[in-house]
Design a protein around this ligand. Structure first.
Ligand code: NAI
Ligand code: XMP
Ligand code: K
Length: 500
């Protein structure tokens, strides 16, 4: 029997002179000999940083602050805190992530018994259900009790001191490192519906029964990303200016696990010098360089000593770089090419930008990435910074590019106006994304969909997918415009798309 050629090998497909993105390419199914649940997704963000799911949140000021970072770590991924803030504020975000072990949406507020609560600002209009009362009103002082928003609302006289109506807190304290299960047990033992966590002399957090129930309502959390000291792992972005060295020092003191050099074009003298500086000063800290999209860009940063590479130029949903600067690359080609060279040095690749569904994640990972970094996919979640707004009857959250005029005006300004640049040109837009609920719910469902994709490919792990691709066993094709239409929902008068 003669051998019939079917599909292309990745090598052949990506060497035709086209810049392909995720939607352009499709994998041909392979052979299934294991169940979906046998697919395992543990991976690495960078050389020394393991994760149990391949998900990373973007260092953008409408995506990753402490709530997002805690939840990403609780899911087994990681969040990269943005740097569009004073270095002290970015370091405070790191400390906040490191302090808590439960993915809460509130931030503890402290008062002294002598204080009065005149209005519900301290409860953030219901978002913060409890105020903690300590002797001095600071976290590092003796815990005396708490005030619940639901009790305060019923208070006839709001002028009385907290002392007169707070609930005393005997038996409500447990160590900061207690996980949700332990906190739940503790509440049951003590017959309480509120618990506080403490670390040394510092009161860290307050957990209510409603928090426990909310989190229990989501899919069961797997193995979270915790460091050797039991705190959540977290990363932070910095730039490549002189002032970023001081920022880094603060971030390292606050306990970051990885630093990401945040630039649209990482192959620069500034970045290479910064990588060498960090490797010399902080040899225990993993450094992710980028962004890159070509083999030679990647080689330069690998040679400089990066522990991870972030791939993507102009592929992001809010990016206008390719239009403005005429440089970049289709994301599927970029991930494949960079991963081909990075894998030879054992440097993990982060596929950054352009992810809008689980299929894109399967494609990014199979093409060689170890993780995907997402902005718009996560920006509509409860954990993203900012409040929901109403836009034509839809609940939305603001989402903006870090190179948009608005974001630059807030802080990244100095990167543009610092020394030589005189005129500001935007490379991103300001927009909005739809409410998606909690990442604690939709990320696990997305990972289940990714596992189904891997099963169809006959790959039971990321490594196995990479091996199948590179050995030429896994075949691909380019989809024509018509094939892409066919691959989507088509020909219906109307439909509702609900995946879970
Ligand atoms: N992934 C992507 O496609 C893109 C991402 N972005 C995002 O926008 C933000 C800003 O990105 P960029 O503008 O690329 O930031 P950047 O800080 O890398 O570059 C800004 C300008 O400053 C210059 N510069 C950097 N370090 C310097 C130093 N030490 N001395 C003198 N000049 C120096 C750069 O060459 C560039 O002209 C980041 O958050 C980035 O992730 C922006 C555009 C595209
Ligand atoms: O050209 C750009 N102008 C910008 O203003 C900008 N801000 C962020 N980014 C990059 O986009 C990624 C997020 O993309 P997604 O929303 O598609 O996940 C992010 O992770 C970044 O790599 C930008 N790119
Ligand atoms: K784009």
């Amino acid at each position: 029997m003669s051998i019939i050629e079917d599909g292309f090998s990745s090598d052949r497909l990506f060497n035709q002179g086209y810049s392909y993105t995720y939607d352009d390419v499709i994998f041909l199914p392979h052979y299934i000999d294991f169940p979906t649940d046998a697919v395992l997704l543990p991976t690495k963000l960078s050389r020394r940083l393991p994760l149990s799911i391949p998900c990373v949140s973007s260092p953008m000021d409408t995506v990753t602050e402490s709530h997002m970072a805690v939840s990403m770590a609780a899911l087994g991924g990681i969040g990269i805190l943005h740097s569009n803030a004073a270095s002290s504020d970015q370091a405070a975000m790191v400390r906040s992530v490191k302090a808590r072990r439960v993915p809460l949406l509130s931030a503890p507020v402290f008062k002294s018994p002598e204080d009065r609560i005149h209005n519900d600002d301290v409860f953030d209009h219901g978002a913060n259900p409890y105020v903690l009362v300590t002797e001095s009103g600071a976290p590092s002082s003796k815990l005396l009790g708490y005030v619940a928003s639901r009790d305060w609302v019923k208070l006839a006289d709001k002028e009385v001191k907290i002392y007169d109506y707070m609930v005393s807190c005997k038996d409500m304290v447990l160590p900061w490192s207690s996980d949700l299960g332990r906190i739940e047990e503790f509440m049951a033992e003590k017959g309480r519906d509120v618990a506080a966590t403490v670390r040394g002399d510092e009161v860290v957090d307050v957990v209510g029964k409603e928090d426990v129930e909310r989190i229990r309502g989501y899919p069961k959390l797997g193995v979270g990303s915790v460091g050797p000291d039991g705190s959540w792992r977290v990363g932070a972005a910095i730039g490549t200016r002189e002032s970023d060295k001081e920022r880094l020092e603060e971030l390292v003191k606050a306990g970051i696990d990885v630093v990401v050099l945040d630039s649209s074009q990482g192959n620069s003298i500034y970045q290479i010098e910064m990588i060498k500086y960090i490797k010399k000063m902080y040899s225990d800290l993993d450094v992710v360089g980028g962004n890159v999209v070509t083999v030679s860009q990647a080689q330069n940063l690998i040679q400089a000593g990066v522990d991870g590479l972030r791939v993507g130029m102009g592929s992001g949903s809010i990016c206008t770089t390719q239009e403005v600067c005429a440089v970049g690359r289709g994301q599927a080609t970029a991930v494949y090419k960079v991963a081909s060279v990075a894998s030879q040095s054992g440097v993990p690749v982060i596929a950054d930008g352009g992810i809008s569904n689980s299929g894109h994640i399967v494609k990014a990972l199979t093409l060689g990435a170890s993780t995907v970094m997402m902005g718009s996919f996560l920006a509509g979640s409860t954990e993203a910074p900012g409040a929901y707004e109403n836009q034509n009857g839809r609940r939305i959250k603001k989402y903006r590019g870090m190179g948009s005029l608005e974001a630059m005006a807030k802080g990244s300004d100095q990167r543009y106006l610092g020394d030589t640049a005189k005129l500001k040109i935007a490379q991103g837009v300001v927009g909005a994304v739809a409410d998606k609920g909690s990442v604690l719910k939709f990320v696990p469902y997305t990972m289940q969909a990714v596992k189904q994709g891997f099963q169809d490919l006959g790959a039971s792990s990321l490594q196995s997918a990479h091996d199948l691709l590179r050995s030429g066993v896994l075949r691909l094709e380019v989809r024509t415009g018509a094939a892409q239409v066919e691959g989507g929902v088509h020909g219906l008068v109307s439909y509702k798309k609900k995946s879970f």
